[in-house]
Design a binder for this molecule. Structure first.
Ligand code: PTJ
Length: 254
């Protein structure tokens, strides 16, 4: 079926189609379709737009990623399906690897996702031949690469599982997530939680990094003052408040 552009839920329906296509191509796990549905429910409560709290988190994340020694971006099936180009552009801008890391891991899916990232222009892809284990995890998400996640000081882990987020923190890493659910364990445990749809957050994050890069030393100093003491809990509390009020004041959303 062709969805007309005039449909009030055009974007949402096209994103669903993209995910189904990703599943049929072998990139996304079947469980990824369910995870997307949960994300959609929270996006609905946000009015399907990037809110000021997400913008604040994106700006802080841009600063942390740009000033990291060895950043890394973790990629699962949903992320590779929804935004391979954005991930690749972000990694190239940061000169950092995109590491394939799957919960429902199969070697075939790892291979397909790595190929998709390379096709999208990603210059460094890790995760195909993991040589290390993240301590404290007893499932596939523990697998990590010495030249990617293991050596990273700042990790961007979008659509992440709470236990890996905690395990990465326990290793001393600074963890940034993108997750539409502000109540998820990942969102609550990460250092910076961008509560937004990954499809909207990634372009903003890339622009934020490019902007900071252009500001030079002086601009970075100002950013350091603004973001050094970023308080994830405060931002999440403000966002939850906004979510509740927004929904109550607009109960006739489609
Ligand atoms: O590809 P794999 O095998 O690694 O599996 C990936 C999934 C996503 C299936 C797996 O990690 C999983 O089960 O994840 P969760 O815990 O169900 O979902 C992770 C979080 O992502 C949830 O809190 C969702 O609300 C959120 N989420 C889903 N879609 C989006 C999203 N956040 C931002 N943007 C989205 N589009």
């Amino acid at each position: 079926m062709t969805v007309p552009r005039s449909h009030p839920r055009y974007l949402s329906l096209m994103t669903r189609d993209k995910l189904v296509e990703g599943f049929l191509k072998g990139l996304a796990a079947p469980q990824g379709l369910i995870a997307h549905g949960r994300g959609e429910a929270f996006d609905y409560l946000l009015g399907e737009e990037t809110c000021p709290e997400a913008r604040e988190a994106i700006a802080a994340a841009a600063y942390r990623l740009l000033t990291a020694q060895s950043p890394v971006v973790s990629v699962n099936g949903n992320v590779a399906t929804l935004c391979p180009e954005e991930i690749s552009q972000l990694c190239n801008l940061l000169s950092c690897p995109a590491e394939v890391n799957l919960f429902h891991r199969s070697e075939e899916r790892v291979r397909l996702i790595a190929a998709e990232l390379r096709k999208s222009g990603c210059e460094r892809v890790t995760g195909e031949h993991p040589d290390s284990m993240i301590p404290g995890l007893d499932h596939s998400r523990a697998l990590a690469s010495g030249d990617g996640m293991m050596g990273a000081d700042v990790a961007l882990v979008p659509l992440e599982d709470g236990d890996r987020c905690e395990a990465l923190k326990a290793m001393g890493k600074f963890v940034i997530t993108i997750d539409l659910n502000p109540l998820s364990r990942t969102a609550r445990k990460a250092d910076i939680s961008i509560i937004d749809n990954i499809t909207r957050a990634l372009p903003e994050l890339r622009e934020g990094i490019a902007l900071l890069k252009g500001l030079g030393e002086e601009g970075l100093k100002e950013a350091e003052e603004a973001f050094e003491d970023y308080d994830n809990e405060r931002v999440l509390a403000q966002l939850l408040d906004r979510m509740t009020r927004k929904y109550l004041s607009n109960p006739t959303q489609d």
